[in-house]
Ligand binder design. Structure first.
Ligand code: HOZ
Length: 432
């Protein structure tokens, strides 16, 4: 038994399922987690002394690679002044100003502690602003684990074997309507069926929790038009795309305006941070300025703000980061695509910028139904093969492959070559 296995066996006694978040349990790939001891640059190391090239990056925020020295120094320095005050600070204003200067249409922003909290709060703001209750989301898009959003959700919900979550009262989800990603007519139909009742449409501008599904040309712009026509707000959930596709996130990348934007861990450079922001008139409904209540002792935590400010300033001052990671993403998809063609691998390579996915289906993937057609058993075999060779991917077909500025073309050649060995070997044969 490895030490990771021993620790995981103990964990099962004390933590539900042995983990603090379901996706990391390796359950859907029929294995048990590697217990990670540390990470640096592109590498992660487990407690058994094995090392991995990491393609998860703590689910996105490690855009500069793990344990960046400047961020680490900023955290240490901030911690020397105290860990939490539950009071207003100067640094949270610096972060807010910086984000408002970087992200289009974000005129005011409120810090919270996670993407889940950001979405939950943005929805409350949208409801408070419009005086309407209903929300449209898309099947397969994941917006965190608040009650109203656990409806046909992506990420771990897709692999959990239950369509939605137990413990969510029907009433909490009754105002959540579900449309089909990349299908504007499904959105139009919902607007038609619920006149004057839709507060907002929330979307992952690049769906990255059902694997990675690109928005079809015109899809995001079409949502904008439908929202304008029907007096609803458009919320971009940029927990994954924010500060990753571009400094201004998906709004800048696709040239489509959102009314509210939600962010997650990327703002804290990996520390527990989230935020929601947007139009000044909409954000003005938030308490204590307005009547929509939302609060938190740890919101704007000074240590997390120091980490975030440092990373965001590096990103602002180094445009080459985006050129590099987006080019690496193109290279990854091109090389994986070539490998798939040469080996006859039954996969479809998708992605945008530094986000990619290898869907284990030979068919194009445009939405949740297409994504669910993937051969998850074959994915699991591939995942375990790659892990054994030292490549750490998300342990689920329905998560993204994240590249960072610490990755190189060489890393990508290595991973593609190893993937090619898997597909050439008999181990890729279905049902084996
Ligand atoms: N599902 C999120 C990323 N797609 C975060 C990982 C988690 O749930 O632990």
């Amino acid at each position: 038994m490895t030490r990771s296995e021993q620790v995981f066996a103990q964990a099962q006694n004390y933590i539900p399922g042995g983990v603090n978040s379901p996706v990391r349990a390796f359950q859907s790939v029929g294995s048990t987690p590697r217990m990670i001891a540390r990470a640096d640059g592109v590498k992660m190391y487990d407690i058994d002394g094995r090392e991995y090239v990491d393609f998860v990056g703590s689910w996105g925020p490690m855009i500069l690679g793990h344990n960046h020295p400047a961020i680490r120094e900023a955290v240490i320095k901030a911690a020397q002044n105290g860990l939490s005050f539950g009071a207003a600070t100067e640094i949270e204003v610096d972060v807010a100003k910086l984000i408002c200067s970087m992200v289009p249409n974000v005129e005011m922003i409120r810090m919270v502690n996670s993407g889940t909290e950001a979405v939950m709060s943005a929805i409350r703001a949208a409801r408070g602003f419009t005086g309407r209750n209903r929300i449209i989301k898309f099947a397969g898009c994941y917006h965190g684990h608040s009650d109203a959003m656990l409806v046909r959700a992506g990420s771990g919900v897709m692999t959990s074997g239950i369509p939605d979550s137990a413990g969510v009262p029907a009433a909490c989800a009754a105002d959540t309507l579900t449309a089909v990603y990349n299908d504007l007519s499904s959105v139009e139909t919902l607007f038609g069926q619920n006149p004057g009742e839709i507060a907002a449409v929330i979307v992952e501008p690049v769906a990255a929790n059902m694997g990675v599904v690109e928005p079809a040309p015109g899809f995001l712009a079409g949502l904008r038009k439908l929202c304008d026509k029907n007096g609803a707000l458009l919320i971009f959930d940029e927990v994954i795309t924010g500060f990753r596709l571009a400094l201004g996130g998906a709004q800048e990348y696709f040239g489509v305006r959102a009314d509210l934007v939600t962010f997650g861990k990327i703002i804290g450079a990996g520390m527990p941070v989230g935020a929601y922001g947007g139009r000044r008139d909409v954000m003005s409904v938030i308490s204590p300025r307005g009547s929509v209540y939302q609060a938190g002792t740890l919101s704007g935590n000074p240590v997390a703000m120091a980490a975030g400010l440092t990373q965001l300033m590096i990103l602002r001052d180094t445009p080459a980061v985006y050129q590099k990671i987006n080019a690496l993403g193109d290279f990854f998809r091109q090389e994986m695509g070539k490998m798939a063609a040469q080996t006859g691998a039954p996969v479809t390579v998708t992605g945008v910028g530094s986000l990619s996915c290898l869907f284990f289906t030979p068919n194009p993937v445009h939405n949740y139904t297409d994504a669910k057609n993937s051969d998850t058993a074959l994915f699991a075999k591939y995942f375990l093969y790659m892990l054994d060779k030292g490549f750490y991917f998300a342990p689920s077909q329905f998560e993204a492959i994240f590249l960072s500025a610490a990755h190189t073309e060489e890393t990508i050649r290595d991973v593609v070559q190893t993937a090619g060995s898997f597909f050439r070997s008999g181990s890729a044969a279905k049902g084996e």
